[in-house]
Write a protein that binds this ligand. Structure first.
Ligand SMILES: Nc1nc2c(c(=O)[nH]1)N[C@H]1C(S)=C(S)[C@@H](COP(=O)(O)O)O[C@H]1N2
Ligand SMILES: [Mo]
Length: 528
């Protein structure tokens, strides 16, 4: 076959350029997946860019996203990044059929952008730039090859230089080969990446939790009222809400995990292995965890039986004194393997409550999504100021000197849980038959406990709901109120009183900066 020269006079159509751009981007991403398998999964370009977007999203936008998309917010973000990249790569291809070098340069520049995003993530090292740089280089090269092939005219007998339109068959073959090779490379990258975390998976499977030195009393039989439509008193891990910034769940190998304790007022800095932590007397304690981003009536709350080492004991061993005993540090900053920072008052952690370095959740090692191998849990504080997952460092400092991740994004430095109650059944806008209806749900005011829940219909008198048995002061309580539903539209409202006798405020406030307040209400229609 004779080689035919490209004919710059013929410009391929834009759609063909867009196809080249798309294929080049695909090839770039596939090569990056392969590279990321040797760096770390978080360094893959789409993940890095998604993470950079998460880090830079203003709190109000994030709250809107969580409100609109719930736990699918990460999926929506991923789709958004993919759509932007698709548009960008089509544009790059269209530019390339007009000005080949400019198009290829743009493809490489997009790779540089990805590299910048990867380097800007917390905990990033220089290697994190590699997958995106590889992506840019591969995308630029593939774009060059494809567009050159596109510009090459169809070989025709008797005509020097062939005839336009292009050599469709030759181009088609090259395109198919590119896409196939990319798919294979991308798949290999995925598999290699999974292989990279196989050690972590095995370390979790092999982990045997020691029995607690201080077991939790059994959950009182009457804690679960077993009203249909209300979740179980102890939330199974698989149903437990998940809120974090991790686009790829960190899979930490228990064998190489270390926790360091250092900072102001730490006279004996510590480094612990998981074996060290498990050798300590472990406490089992039921704690309800909730998210500051939970709207009134929202789903981001769950209750689990945690097993862990008492944080206060560990801090005392390190020489830490709370501010009330003259300690210089009032903030404990927990850091995760993915660079999350969470600041907790030292005074709260050391005031006698069961603040834990948790290794177990409902009798199992922590699931990876909930912080394996070790996370913090502090009864009475929202998760963003207490519950650091994939914990790796505890640093003692002051609130004056340091703002943790969420605080830099307009959330309050300190945030005790606010008293809340939620109607779980009937569901909003449900249609009910007249007669007896069990109105039921949960109420929580961690570490203060719940002493009373009241319900009313249509702004009428408040009725005291029946409470499930209390399982300590650090968990939610279920409640139920038997309602006689008459035909018509009705609004049900609930309010709780905490263990100190303080009533849940009616004042409606949003989640920013330190947790939503107001009464939850549900409207239903009743007809025969
Ligand atoms: N490493 C890390 N820990 C984290 C977070 C995070 O984004 N990264 N989110 C916090 C927030 S905001 C909450 S509400 C709880 C949620 O814990 P869960 O996902 O196990 O329910 O984890 C906290 N710990
Ligand atoms: Mo949260």
């Amino acid at each position: 076959m004779t080689r035919v020269q490209a004919d710059p006079a013929h410009r391929p159509p834009d759609w063909a350029g867009a196809v080249c751009g798309g294929a080049a981007a695909f090839a770039g991403l596939a090569a990056a997946a392969l590279a990321a398998a040797f760096v770390r999964p978080e360094a893959a370009p789409l993940t890095a860019v998604g993470g950079a977007v998460v880090d830079r999203t203003p709190a109000t936008v994030k709250e809107w996203a969580v409100r609109s998309f719930g736990t699918s917010d990460k999926l929506v973000l991923a789709l958004g990044v993919v759509v932007v990249l698709a548009v960008l790569s089509a544009a790059t291809g269209i530019l390339a059929v007009r000005r080949l070098r400019a198009g290829c340069a743009l493809a490489a520049a997009v790779g540089l952008l990805g590299a910048a995003a990867a380097l800007g993530r917390p905990e990033a090292g220089w290697k994190d730039a590699l997958p995106s740089l590889v992506a840019g280089a591969v995308a630029a090269s593939v774009l060059y090859l494809l567009v050159t092939a596109l510009r090459r005219p169809r070989p025709a007998a008797g005509r020097p230089g062939g005839t336009w339109p292009m050599d469709r068959r030759g181009f088609g073959r090259l395109l198919a080969a590119t896409v196939t090779a990319s798919a294979v490379a991308g798949y290999a990258g995925r598999r290699l990446g999974a292989h990279g975390s196989a050690g972590a998976t095995a370390s979790r499977a092999d982990l045997v939790l020691p029995p607690p030195a201080v077991p939790a009393p059994p959950v009182p039989a009457g804690a679960d009222l077993e009203v249909p439509g209300v979740g179980p008193f102890v939330t199974p891990a698989a149903q437990f809400y998940r809120v974090d910034t991790a686009l790829v769940v960190p899979r930490v190998d228990a064998g190489s995990w270390r926790l360091t304790v250092h900072g102001e007022g730490v006279s004996r800095p510590l480094t612990l292995t998981l074996a060290d932590l498990l050798a300590r007397p472990l406490t089992e304690h039921d704690i309800t965890l909730c998210c500051v981003s939970n709207e009134v009536g929202g789903p981001y709350v769950g209750n689990a039986r945690w097993l862990g080492a008492r944080l206060a004991d560990l801090l005392r061993e390190a020489g830490v004194r709370p501010p009330s005993r003259g300690g210089p540090a009032d903030q404990l900053v927990a850091r995760s393997v993915d660079g999350m920072t969470i600041g907790t008052p030292v005074e709260t952690v050391m005031d006698g409550r069961d603040a834990l370095l948790a290794v177990g959740m409902n009798g199992e090692p922590l699931p990876f999504a909930h912080g394996f191998p070790v996370r913090m849990v502090v009864p009475g504080l929202y998760g963003y100021v207490s519950a650091c997952k994939w914990l790796t460092e505890l640093r003692l400092t002051t609130f004056a000197a340091y703002d943790a991740y969420w605080v830099r994004r307009s959330w309050a430095q300190q945030a005790p849980v606010k008293t809340q109650s939620r109607i779980d059944t009937p569901r909003p806008f449900s249609k009910l038959a007249p007669g007896p209806v069990a109105v039921a749900g949960v109420a929580w005011a961690q570490h203060r406990g719940i002493s009373r829940v009241e319900v009313r219909a249509d702004g009428g008198p408040w009725h005291e709901a029946r409470l499930g048995d209390a399982d300590g002061n650090d968990t939610w309580r279920q409640w139920v109120w038997p309602w006689q539903a008459a035909p018509g539209e009705h609004t049900l409202e609930v309010r709780a009183t905490d263990g100190r006798g303080e009533a849940q405020t009616q004042e409606r406030r949003g989640t920013l900066p330190d947790g939503a307040t107001g009464w939850h209400s549900v409207t239903v229609s009743v007809h025969a």
